[in-house]
Ligand binder design. Structure first.
Ligand code: NAD
Ligand code: 6OD
Length: 509
């Protein structure tokens, strides 16, 4: 396989069947830092998406379809090694698209890309399958075992907030299980997926196993994937309303979907807590990536006795964040992903004002000088005085914002935290060990942290309840989603005279 095009500063192409291909229509990718042009991107049309599906199918019908687990585990490790070798290219691509601070992209986004491939190499290499010795009542004996087969061609649709991390979180287990993938990165973040396509070539991934199509959702590459009859599964991360549209589009084909969707995550801060630790943790959980992590806290419930102190300390911490260019010294916080997204966040700032919120930090657009005036900058913002029923406390904003509300008893705190239709993540801040376990277990979410946030073990289940998603990925949950088990039942012996001693020990009939 040879790559026929390289990523350039100005043109990003689709990657289909091991080749970069052009299309007729192009769109602009602009920097959220200052509005400058990052790249022109070739938008995949229906024909390009169809070619990607057919390339995946051809790979599955060829040598890739006969690949063994050790071969695939070795391939995943080669991909991880090439990601490490191209670390700086991926870093530059991710930072150009998102404007996030260099250190954040380095420590979180790009580091997790190779970690995802290594983790799933280890997991697939050591994964077992179901196996049962069947001893029937009539004396027949059989061995049942499951074969782990790939699903086929999997559509992977991902958002812009952690582009490479979230893409590889799905692609690594999908390839580990022997599938072919057609990946659609967000229109806001086309660059790192394009570099990854080059890396796949360098690592020796067979043609058609990894394909990238660029474009938007509706009437574009996203919808061309979800309405294409030949995908065997769709795995999606993004907004709940988009998940709902994808579910409707998938219904006629009755194909599996895995959904990692939005959240309105709560933090519960108890009055026995180490306040320094809680304030530092809350600052991370509210403002990391400018609040654009699905796991970010947007609701903070603080026990009344420490409410004023936590509020004052957190506001001070928010005001100390340094907004600036990704590579500027001391930058902690980048812009939102786009001025369009900023319009949405600003509408919630206005709504919070109307709903009686008192701004205790931020609240508007910062003045960062004329060279950043074209960017999507917004101040880290905190409110008190909002009711539990305020829309700002109920709807996902996906920005650097949070509302703080006091509570009195543990029971009340749990009730408030669980009072949401979402159910992605929660964090509990307490020095009481028993309370930490008890409250974390009472959260109606997919992931519940005690005295930390976004500390991940890639073997653990990840996903959400309610509006936050369907299914779990991570560890064996990913392996189970991305594979189709076939049970094989082999006779070991035909019917024997029944045991006169223990006929009832038969496990099945
Ligand atoms: P989004 O839903 O707008 O877009 C996500 C992807 O879906 C993009 O690639 C987009 O082009 C595509 N898309 C949009 N409409 C589509 C359609 N009709 N058919 C097919 N594809 C379509 O989400 P976003 O704004 O990119 O990302 C932010 C959202 O993602 C937030 O709600 C956030 O909570 C959520 N998110 C969830 C997780 C999680 O693990 N639960 C992780 C990251 C982000
Ligand atoms: O850490 C992960 O594996 C993961 N899927 C994180 C999602 C973050 C949401 O923005």
């Amino acid at each position: 396989m040879t790559a026929t095009a390289q990523l350039t500063a100005t043109t990003l192409r689709n990657f289909v069947g091991g080749r970069f291909i052009e299309t007729d229509s192009h769109f602009e990718k602009r920097s959220p830092v200052d509005g400058s042009l990052v790249a022109m991107v070739a938008e995949a049309d229906r024909a390009a998406v169809d070619a990607a599906v057919q390339a995946g199918r051809a790979a599955l019908n060829g040598a890739w379809g006969r690949s063994t687990v050790p071969e695939r585990a070795a391939l995943l490790r080669r991909i991880a090694d090439r990601i490490d070798a191209r670390f700086d290219d991926l870093l530059a691509a991710e930072v150009a698209d998102t404007g996030k601070p260099l250190h954040l992209a380095r420590e979180v986004d790009i580091a997790r890309a190779s970690a995802n491939f290594r983790a799933f190499a280890d997991m697939i290499a050591s994964a077992g399958v179901d196996s049962y010795l069947t001893e029937a009542a009539d004396g027949r004996r059989a061995l049942n075992y499951a074969l782990r087969k790939p699903l086929g061609v999997v559509g992977v649709i991902v958002p812009w907030n952690l582009p490479l991390l979230l893409l590889t979180w799905k692609v690594a287990p999908a390839i580990a299980c022997g599938n072919a993938v057609v990946v659609k990165p967000s229109e806001e973040t086309p660059s790192s997926a394009t570099v990854l396509a080059e890396i796949m070539v360098e690592a020796g991934v067979p043609d058609g196993v990894f394909n990238v199509v660029h474009g938007f959702g509706q009437d574009s590459a996203g919808e061309f994937i979800t309405t294409h009859p030949d995908f065997d599964a769709i795995t999606f991360t993004g907004e709940t309303s988009t998940g709902s549209a994808i579910m409707r589009a998938s219904a006629p084909f009755v194909r599996p979907v895995s959904f990692e969707l939005g959240g309105k995550n709560a933090a519960l801060v108890f009055d026995d807590v180490d306040i320094d630790r809680a304030v530092a943790g809350l600052t991370r959980s509210i403002f990391t990536n400018t609040g654009q992590v699905c796991l970010c806290t947007e609701r903070v419930y603080v026990q009344r006795g420490i409410f004023d102190e936590v509020t004052a300390r957190l506001a001070e911490s928010a005001r100390s964040l340094r907004l600036g260019r990704p590579d500027a010294e001391g930058t902690t916080t980048g812009p939102l992903i786009s001025t369009g997204h900023r319009e949405k966040v600003l509408s919630y700032l206005e709504l919070a004002r109307q709903e009686g919120g008192e701004v205790i930090a931020g609240g508007g657009i910062p003045d960062l000088g004329s060279d950043l005036a074209g960017g999507a900058w917004i101040e880290p913002t905190l409110w008190t005085g909002l009711d539990q029923d305020a829309r700002v406390m109920r709807e996902e904003v996906f920005g650097p914002i949070a509302g703080l509300i006091p509570f009195d008893t543990e029971e009340e705190g749990i009730r408030l935290a669980n009072d949401t239709k979402y159910g992605l993540a929660a964090s509990v801040w307490t020095n009481d060990l028993e309370r930490g376990h008890r409250v974390a277990g009472s959260m109606r979410v997919g992931i519940s942290w005690v005295n930390n946030w976004f500390l991940r073990d890639l073997r653990s289940p990840f996903g959400g309840t309610g509006l936050s998603g369907i299914g779990r990925e991570g560890g064996e949950h990913s392996l189970n989603f991305y594979s189709e088990p076939t049970n094989v039942c082999v006779t070991l012996s035909d019917a024997q005279p029944q045991s006169p001693v223990m006929p009832e020990t038969a496990a099945a009939s």
